[in-house]
Design a protein around this ligand. Structure first.
Ligand code: G16
Length: 543
């Protein structure tokens, strides 16, 4: 196969965000845009020649075409083997699992996660390293630096690869293995959870609904829940990965999965509900008449981890991103294990997991996972919940309420101000950095401010530093307000305001969340002068 070096002009906007490079499809369709970024990745990976690369995506618009391009570039850049999910499909956690199991050098995931798909929507490219996790910041910055100076990319003129049939073929020196996207992942799940107990739960008449939101998780959920565990056919809804996700926003939260929420709140609703996002790494957990916040879900999994065979030996530690509520901290304290607080972004958990310092990790942004992979894992969280439900035979609501009674409840909400002018959003943050310095000792929403800062993280394993990770206003353990800018949007800037209030008194655990956080929300808006600066009196999304 002939390798061509194609001359190109560098792009200046290929800096990966919280999770890879995400842009509108129209931007990715510019000549050489994808090729330049992929070449920048390969150029930043010393020692990749002769190695194996894993490749797959969430099936969104442009997935299949991008795969053909990347295969030809992988061949031209000296990879020996490439493993592709059949149909170009691999969920983000499955990529992590396949990289680890087959000791691949790394993997490319084609996804913009929970962002909408389709010709007018979003596309994304993310590189994962040999531990199965997202590239650390030092690597993403190297890729970015390379992209700004690139003058050519390497590509082979090979035929189109058949990605729809499992099997191995050769393209010159490159071996192309098309793999079943579900198999390795399902095997890993069966090693972690008590599938017999979960099957017995379903056999007893327990009813569940899983909304795959037309994203990548459908085939995984159907195979594991319906075929292996015996959940009734139809348990998985919106289970076919669609290029435009059927026109929906594949983000599992109370707003975008509202039909599922309505089902669970209905008179004859199922016992358990769950949803996953476009690329399968996020999860939402619901019981009859109850939504389990991701922060609570992490705490509950940590408190009950010993139930699942894969975690029977206990947890070495837990980790959460800074804006995630402090519910899991209370569990860690009771278990006598460390709890790490990291910046937002799954990549920050990688070192802790690799060093054996943490077993479970989680984020408020509907992400939960463990040391079984190096990505958050939607279906894993659902199976963990099923294992707990199968062992305890209590309702989701009972489990949550018992948990609050033991540890106290963290009322929690996130208010998003989306589509802001990026300059205005940056100015809000820079003013907050100054204003909050004056707050300690003063009262905010009737709580006394004990500390305020711009969160800065020093990785305990390699000493790397991450600055400006969000402005925190702490009112001891009673309450907290956090402000930060999203790193995953593709349009304007999104300001996230995270609100949290701790309630020990179990008689006050059943109150309305938004009402309980109303005063904090108002205070946050005043401190940041949001109405004045952004012209918005309300957030655009509350989750
Ligand atoms: C990504 C990251 C997560 C992060 C989330 C939200 O999730 O993998 O670690 O919490 O973005 O980031 P932000 O608040 O910056 O928008 P995903 O599911 O989009 O890959």
């Amino acid at each position: 196969m002939q390798v061509t070096i194609v001359a190109t002009q560098p792009f200046q906007d290929q800096r990966p965000g919280t999770s890879g490079l995400r842009k509108k499809v129209s931007e990715f369709l510019q000549p050489h845009y994808l090729e330049n970024f992929v070449q920048s990745i390969f150029d930043s990976l010393p020692g990749h020649e002769g190695q194996t690369l894993v490749l797959g995506g969430d099936g969104r618009f442009h997935n299949r075409e991008a795969i053909q391009t990347i295969v030809r570039m992988a061949a031209a850049n000296g990879f020996r083997r490439i493993m592709i999910g059949r149909g170009g499909i691999l969920s983000t956690p499955a990529v992590s699992c396949v990289i680890r199991k087959h000791r691949a050098f790394g993997g490319i995931i084609l996804s913009a996660s929970h962002n909408p798909g389709g010709s007018h929507a979003d596309f994304g490219v993310k590189y994962n390293v040999g531990n199965g996790g997202p590239a650390p910041e030092v690597l993403t910055e190297t890729i970015y630096a390379r992209s700004k100076a690139l003058t050519g990319f390497r590509i082979c003129s090979a035929d189109t690869v058949d990605i729809d049939r499992v099997g191995e073929t050769r393209y010159g020196d490159l071996s192309v293995a098309v793999i079943d996207p579900v198999c390795d992942y399902a095997e890993l799940m069966a090693s972690l959870f008590d599938f017999d107990a979960i099957a017995a739960l379903f056999a007893s008449g327990f009813r569940m609904r899983f909304d795959a939101m037309n994203g990548v998780t459908g085939p995984y959920a159907k195979e594991i829940l319906e075929h292996r565990l015996g959940a009734s056919p139809g348990t998985v809804i919106r289970g076919e990965p669609l290029a435009d996700f059927g026109g929906i926003h594949p983000d599992p939260n109370l707003v975008y999965a509202r039909e599922l929420v309505a089902d669970l709140n209905g008179p004859d609703g199922p016992d358990f509900g769950a949803a996953s996002d476009g690329d399968g790494d996020r999860n939402m957990i619901l019981g009859r008449q109850i939504f389990v916040t991701p922060s609570d879900s992490l705490a509950i999994l940590a408190a009950n981890a010993g139930i699942a065979p894969g975690y029977r030996d206990g947890l070495v530690g837990v980790a959460r991103s800074m804006p995630t509520s402090r519910a899991v901290d209370y569990v860690a304290r009771a278990l006598g294990i460390p709890c790490f607080e990291t910046p937002t972004g799954w990549k920050f958990f990688g070192n802790l997991l690799d060093a054996g310092k943490a077993t479970l990790c989680g984020e408020e942004s509907f992400g939960t996972g463990s040391n079984h992979a190096r990505e958050k894992d939607g279906l894993w969280a659902v199976l963990f919940w099923l294992n707990i439900l199968a062992a305890q035979r209590k309702s989701v609501e009972r489990i949550v309420r018992d948990h609050w009674r033991q540890y106290g409840r963290h009322y929690y909400a996130r208010h998003d101000y989306e589509g802001l002018d990026p300059r205005v959003a940056a100015a809000v943050m820079s003013e907050l950095r100054k204003v909050t310095l004056t707050l300690p000792g003063r009262n905010v929403a009737r709580h006394s401010v004990t500390a305020a800062d711009d969160f800065r993280y020093t990785d305990p394993i390699d000493g790397s530093e991450a600055e400006h990770q969000g402005v925190r206003i702490l009112m001891s353990e009673e309450a907290r307000i956090v402000f930060r800018l999203s790193g995953t949007g593709t349009f304007g800037a999104t300001l996230r305001v995270y609100l949290e209030r701790y309630e020990r008194d179990h008689l006050r655990h059943g109150l309305d969340v938004q009402a309980e956080l109303g005063e904090l929300a108002q205070a946050a808006s005043q401190i940041a002068r949001l109405a004045e600066r952004t012209g918005r009196s309300e957030p655009s999304l509350v989750t």
